[in-house]
Design a protein around this ligand. Structure first.
Ligand SMILES: [Zn+2]
Length: 75
């Protein structure tokens, strides 16, 4: 499964915004189902996050919007 860049790039931790240098920083779809990302995985910017009863969307001003419904469709 390929995650969109704002959650799957693996450069920055999507929950802490910290620069990552390990190989297992990409969150799984299951993790993202429980907790929405806060930072763009590609550039580390804080994303605009909106939580809905059935999921969430998160938007990086540079890398675009990710919707949890799209991640679930890829499972
Ligand atoms: Zn970004």
């Amino acid at each position: 499964m390929v995650l969109p860049a704002p959650v799957g790039a693996g450069v920055y931790n999507v929950y802490t915004g910290a620069l990552e240098n390990t190989d297992n920083v990409v969150p799984t779809a299951a993790q993202l189902g429980l907790e929405p990302p806060r930072f763009c995985a590609e550039c580390g910017r804080r994303m605009v996050v909106q939580v809905r009863p059935d999921g969430w969307w998160a938007k990086c001003s540079r890398h675009g919007l990710v919707d949890s419904a799209d991640l679930e469709a890829q499972r």
